[in-house]
Write a protein that binds this ligand. Structure first.
Ligand code: TXA
Ligand code: MG
Length: 335
């Protein structure tokens, strides 16, 4: 699945760790998407990640750590729910929002008194974090390694094409750990309020969270803490994108005067003249999520006037996919 950690990988991971310790910015592989990492204790480095992404500095970042043992350094009070969830899902694609400790800087949390923490599972970033954390469980802030509002990166090439490495680009180093397995960002659960709530859907589903916690875990209301993934238009291709609930063939015919890039089950069988790229949508949700951003990148690069995506099943295990597609298709002016 991921490239194994051989001698050459070890040298690259060591380099990433050294660059981060010196205050540099490194794109890191995680199992969800590539992250734009900085030393979470280094104010200047963390603030530089906002500038590189073009992201407002009041949008909080996730602190990436090795596991539960590090949570106590970053969080003021660790409730039993957090322990249960960490035991069930860490390392893995779950982020928990909890009251921040004094150690965690305001520059990480966008001035909020809560912090988002996650222990990623990708073996390369685990190795990196283990070499980096030291005695004080140092962590890495890492937003997705894309320009603000663009499609998230699931390969080192996506990062190189968007942000790039200095001097032409903006990063100090890209650690190439292969293609991300999960393919969509982590599930975010807010544990800093009265009851647990979902801030962002991911492959760890509501049912999985409820199963561990034994209580309902609803979506957060509009008064929820700031999360840029909650902006209406996010993860967006540059090309106008439409989700098609009915017949994709009929919609292609209606748009006969437009060049179309299409993703639908069995799309490669479509013979219409105006379709410049047809991608077969995976039938299985894991495969669909894994390929989603790569497919959106390809659809966006096809030179089409419009992207059409057949609406996937509207069942709860497709929540993360439907959420990202909805945002990709949202009117950019609705930001
Ligand atoms: O899978 C992921 O989570 C990836 C990889 C790199 O780990 N990271 C990621 O980071 O998606 P980012 O910055 O693109 O999205 C993090 C989300 C944002 O929507 C942010 O607003 C929210 O987490 N967030 C961070 N801290 C928060 C807090 N204290 N309260 C509420 N939301 C928070
Ligand atoms: Mg992002």
């Amino acid at each position: 699945m991921y490239p194994t950690i051989d001698e050459s990988a070890r040298a690259q991971i060591r380099k990433a760790s050294d660059v981060l310790a010196a205050g540099g910015l490194v794109a890191i592989p995680t199992e969800t998407v590539y992250g734009l990492a900085a030393d979470a204790d280094n104010r200047d480095a963390v603030l530089a990640t906002f500038a590189v992404k073009g992201r407002p500095t009041n949008h909080p970042l996730i602190v990436h750590v090795t596991g539960l043992e590090a949570l106590y350094d970053w969080v003021k009070v660790v409730p039993p729910e957090a322990v249960k969830l960490a035991q069930a899902f860490w390392p893995g694609p779950l982020t928990m929002v909890l009251p921040k400790s004094d150690r965690c800087g305001d520059f990480v949390t966008g001035g909020q008194d809560s912090v988002a923490v996650r222990a990623p599972a990708h073996p390369w970033i685990r190795e990196l974090l283990l070499s980096f954390e030291g005695k004080t469980h140092k962590g890495l802030t890492a937003p997705s390694a894309n320009t603000f509002g663009r499609i998230s990166p699931t390969s080192a090439k996506h990062v190189a094409d968007d942000l790039g490495v200095k001097p032409q680009g903006k990063l100090d180093y890209i650690l190439d750990g292969g293609v991300c397995d999960v393919g969509v960002e982590s599930t975010i659960i807010n544990l800093s309020g009265k009851r647990p709530e979902i801030l962002r859907h991911g492959v760890i589903t509501r049912a999985m969270l409820e199963n561990v916690l034994g209580v309902p875990v609803p979506d957060a209301g509009s008064d929820a803490p700031r999360a840029s993934g909650r902006l209406k238009s996010h993860y967006a291709p540059q090309t106008g994108t439409e989700i098609v609930a009915g017949s994709i063939a009929a919609r292609i015919e209606e748009l006969a005067d437009k060049k179309l890039a299409v993703m639908a089950p069995g799309a490669s069988g479509i013979k219409a003249q105006n379709v410049v790229l047809a991608i077969d949508a995976p039938e299985n949700v894991r495969d669909y999520a894994h390929a989603l951003y790569e497919n959106l990148h390809r659809l966006d690069a096809a030179g089409a006037d419009k992207i059409l995506v057949a609406q996937p099943p509207q069942t709860s295990d497709w929540a993360a996919v439907n959420d990202r597609l909805g945002r990709a298709a949202a009117d950019k002016n609705a930001k």
